[in-house]
Design a protein around this ligand. Structure first.
Ligand code: ADP
Ligand code: MG
Length: 256
């Protein structure tokens, strides 16, 4: 289980969840995208209408439904989504009043005895509240998308401290799978400056693959499709295929 997290909005979390998920599914792995964002962009981007979200991420989070009961198929063979639901927007406040509020998702997933999937990618909301914390507690690893813009590193220290705190209190083996640079614009000098800066800060944690800013990537969600289905040959699609390769290699290195 990999949490895709960054408390900034618009950095490419949802796009990465959808397209990394699609690329992993293309390698014959069973993949679930768990839409933890009340805005439901991952569900919409995968073409799941509201009517098909009756059993959703909220019900799984609070233990009312097993993961397998909330799954919806997508246009991609092997890729399912646990859709977001309206109740998710009130979940932070509801959970805040409860004991062990940080580990609801972890408990729900272990107690309901869910069938095995190769990957569950959690698309986190743009905040470091209880929904993201629940994702970090339940996950084995976290993947951080960073947009290539001037303020990219701002807020990252806070995210890293949160990860460290989750490690210490709840999930000692939580790994940083990696940091992926997104929306890289090679015509813009700033993108290069930011990329160099991030690499000097985080070294090997930064994937070699950089996701370019690509109009096909931004068009795909309005068609309810991953860009890998919408236009497999575009630069954005190719980048996500490469990223999936790196994610798999890092995982194998960890096991070895
Ligand atoms: P987040 O989930 O972090 O809020 P999104 O993945 O929703 O970010 O991306 C924010 C916006 O940027 C969306 O409209 C998305 O389509 C667009 N976008 C994301 N990645 C790219 C890219 N590589 N090229 C062009 N547009 C992108
Ligand atoms: Mg999002």
């Amino acid at each position: 289980m990999i949490a895709i997290a960054n408390q900034k909005g618009g950095v490419g979390k949802t796009t990465t969840a959808i397209n990394l998920g699609t690329a992993l599914a293309a390698t014959h792995r069973s993949v679930v995208i768990f839409d933890m964002d009340p805005q439901g962009n991952a569900s919409t981007g995968l073409g799941i209408p509201q009517a098909r979200r009756r059993s959703n991420a909220y019900h799984v989070l609070i233990g009312e439904a097993a993961l397998s009961e909330a799954l919806q198929p997508t246009v991609v063979p092997g890729l399912h989504v646990v859709p977001s639901g309206v109740d998710l927007s009130g979940a932070e406040i509801e959970l805040a009043a409860l004991a062990k509020r940080e580990s609801f998702l972890q408990r729900a997933l272990t107690q309901r005895g869910d069938k095995h999937f190769d990957y569950v990618l959690i698309d986190c909301p743009p905040a470091l509240g209880l929904l993201t914390i629940n994702a970090l507690v339940a996950a084995q690893a976290v993947l951080v998308p960073l947009q290539c813009e001037f303020f990219a590193l701002e807020g990252i220290a806070h995210l890293m401290r949160t990860i460290e705190r989750v490690r210490r209190a709840y999930n000692p083996t939580l790994d940083i799978q990696g940091i992926v640079l997104t929306m890289f614009d090679r015509r813009n000098n700033l993108s290069d400056v930011v990329a160099t800066d991030v690499r000097s800060h985080f070294g090997d944690k930064v994937y070699q693959t950089v996701i370019p800013r690509n109009v096909r990537v931004s068009e795909a969600p309005s068609h309810g499709r991953p860009v890998l289905i919408y236009d497999m040959s575009c630069a954005g699609s190719q980048a996500y295929l490469h990223l999936a390769g790196e994610v798999l290699r890092r995982e194998q290195a960890l096991v070895a």
